[in-house]
Design a binder for this molecule. Structure first.
Ligand code: SAM
Length: 222
C-alpha cells in the first residue's frame, strides 16, 4: 500500500493536513531538545520529512538515520535530502520491529505517523528502548481523534466523509479509506503511554496539538 501511495504521498499530506504537518514536525523537533552532535533515528520515515527537519535543525555536526521498510517511499526522502545538501542523513531499508543496530546507538528516536501501522507496538517500543543510549529520548507523533465533543464531530465528518473522497480523486482509494479506519482503531493516549512505560521508558508524557488531531508521546530511557 505504501509503495502505491509513494508518488503522491507528499502532495496528499499537505492537502489533507492543510499544511499543518510541517508545524507538527517542527514541534516534535523542538520538544526533543536535540544537541548539535545528536545521533538520531527516524523510524517509519516514509518520504523523510521529519528526518529532513531534524537534519536541518541539528546541522552537519549530528547524524540522522532514516529507516523504512518501503523502498519507493525511502528513495523520495533520499532524493529530497540530497537536493537540500543534507549529507548527514542516511537512508536505510529496515523493519521497525527488528532494528538492525546494536544496543545503545542513538540519542533520540522519532516516529511520525508510523506507529499506528505497526502490528506489534509493544515490540516496537522495546526495540526503541534497546537501541537508545541512557538518557535518550523517544518522540512519537501520531494522528488521533480529538477527545472533546465538538471537535470530535467535526473531525469524524472530515476524516470519514471528506478525506476518503480527496484520496480517491488524487491518489489510491483504498489507502485513504484505510487511513481514517486506522486512526479510529489506534489505541488511546493512555494505552500508548502504558506501552512505553512497560518497555522501560520514564518521564512518559503526551501532548495534543491542534485540538487533538495529533498527539505527541515523549519518553526518556533511564
Ligand atoms: C504514514 S507513513 C509516515 C511517513 C513519514 N514518517 C511521515 O511523517 O510522513 C508510514 C510509513 O511507515 C512505514 N512502515 C510501516 N510499517 C513499518 C515497519 N514495520 N518497519 C518500517 N517501516 C514501516 C511505511 O512504509 C510508511 O512509509
Amino acid at each position: 500500500m505504501f509503495a502505491r501511495v509513494a508518488p503522491r504521498y507528499d502532495l496528499l499530506n499537505s492537502i489533507l493536513s492543510l499544511q499543518l504537518h510541517t508545524y507538527w514536525r517542527k514541534q516534535v523537533v523542538r520538544m526533543l531538545q536535540l544537541a548539535p552532535n545528536a545521533h538520531v533515528l527516524d523510524l517509519c520515515t516514509g518520504t523523510g520529512d521529519l528526518a529532513i527537519e531534524i537534519a536541518r535543525h541539528i546541522g552537519p555536526g549530528g547524524e540522522v538515520v532514516a529507516l523504512d521498510f518501503c523502498e519507493p517511499m525511502l528513495v523520495r526522502g533520499r532524493d529530497k535530502s540530497a537536493r537540500r545538501g543534507l549529507n548527514h542523513t542516511f537512508w536505510l531499508v529496515g523493519d521497525a520491529l527488528q532494528l538492525p543496530f546494536v544496543d545503545e546507538t542513538f540519542d533520540a528516536i522519532t516516529v511520525a505517523f508510523g506507529l499506528r501501522n505497526l502490528i506489534d507496538k509493544p515490540c516496537a517500543f522495546t526495540e526503541m528502548a534497546r537501541v537508545l543510549k541512557p538518557n535518550g529520548r523517544v518522540a512519537v507523533l501520531e494522528l488521533t481523534r480529538p477527545q472533546k465533543a465538538p471537535f470530535r464531530w467535526l473531525y469524524d465528518l472530515y476524516a470519514l466523509q471528506i478525506l476518503p473522497r480527496i484520496g480517491k480523486r488524487l491518489s489510491v482509494e483504498d489507502a485513504y479509506l484505510y487511513l481514517p479506519m486506522s486512526i479510529q482503531h489506534y489505541e488511546d493516549r493512555a494505552t500508548i503511554a502504558d506501552y512505553m512505560k512497560r518497555a522501560g521508558f520514564s518521564h512518559v508524557s503526551y501532548r495534543d496539538l491542534t485540538f487533538g488531531v495529533v498527539c505527541v508521546h515523549i519518553g526518556v530511557k533511564p
